[in-house]
Write a protein that binds this ligand. Sequence first.
Ligand code: BES
Ligand code: ZN
Ligand code: ZN
Length: 477
Amino acid sequence: MSFSIHRIESPKPTDNLLILANSRDLLWAKKYLTTTEQAYLTHAAEQAINYVFFPKGTQGILVHFVELRGNVIDQKEANRRAGNEIISAVTHYRIDVLTILNKSGQNHLTEYVEGMVLGGYQFTKYLSGKDDTFRGAKTINLLAREIAPLALEQLEAVLCATYKARDLVNEPQSYLTAVKLGEEIEALGKAYGFQVETLDKAKIQALKMGGLLAVNKGSFAPPRFSVLEWKHPEAKNAKPVVLVGKGVVFDTGGINLKPTQGSLDMMKCDMAGAATVIGAMVAVAKAKLPIHLIALVPATDNRLGNEAYLPGDVITMYDGTTVEVLNTDAEGRLILADALHYAKKYDPELVLDFATLTGAAVRSLGQHAICYMGTADKKVKTNLENSGNQVYERLVEFPLWKEYGNALKSNIADLKNIGGPTAGQITAGKFLQHFTDYPWLHFDIAGPAFLRAADSYRNKEGTGVGVRLIFEFLRKY
Ligand code: BES
Ligand code: ZN
Ligand code: ZN
């Protein structure tokens, strides 16, 4: 990671200062700027110019206006977006050490830093001559006594974890096979201190994980099933929380091949759910949250091959359910179902699964929200929705009414793997529900997980969506 965030008591005289302000209150400027500079700043504020740089020998002063918003959630998001806005300015001025001072009349400085760091992310692994994943100031100092050291530690943890999740999504399948994903998880476990056990194909066969094995049949590369565990000695929960993430490292659609126009070129993103839960595990372990957390990652690609499963095939899932596969492109639910059944052995308090599961989720909410649904009680849902609002990874609940399940009835097997032409995100959820017997929620992140164009600090390609949501939820668990 190429940035570091510190809290300091007083700036060095040579430090570049970034002063967060609002355009209505410039009284503080007397202490830092000459009369001429103050006049210019007032002028800039009137002209709605967002930021002004005052070179002062070795020390420069950058003033950034962030306007006051009516409520906390909007203010936090405005700050994140502002943080992203300043990142390119900072790069332009070649500032390595930046000391931030908050004179803006609102106290959400950590969100501003969050926007800076997330907006400064770049995936440089395959770019010649570029190696830094962060393009902003290398050292960010906060001149802010009011921010608790714990809050900064947690901020660093979740930002670092979001970077990891983005890196994983951005990796093409030419590198990130299911086997490689297993190895990456093991390396992260060693680096951040959580346990990892990765089941290989022989073990997956011995367990009879029929969903994962069926999807894997067309591939030259074997599947993996990774089990990640973080158990703090003073864990607050007696029964674990289990995360499950869809790890389809590439989704061609299989024999029901996806069209080349549109979605196929971005299908390296189909392991974004896995990246989310891996990222959440990194954040929780790095921040040493006092909880017991498990994450399950079934991984394979979905492609064509002589052995590939075919439409019409009937497969037997890990839990014994028979499924008529009427569309090989509805593969995510097959591998998730096996993981959801595996989760039962932990007698979990709560299971949350994350997946780029359906085009229907994208059509219904686009990139600005996560579709979610499930059987956990109202209080858990409310807490998650609140967490989603705080980090601006907002949730919209869809119903799992029994009528939606009728679309999954098969003539020749217990279930079929596709529903009708409508409400595809819900029928996918109903399919998953069949494999759960504990409080559970399903998050379809197909919309926000991967962007074709950056949306402020949500960069282009893998966004790491869900990492901040899960961390915020567990932090308060
Ligand atoms: N991986 C796709 C879903 C997806 C779509 C992810 C867009 C990211 C962006 C999933 O495996 C899929 O193909 N779903 C099908 C299911 C259908 C065949 C029932 C879909 O939604 O079209
Ligand atoms: Zn698919
Ligand atoms: Zn898929």
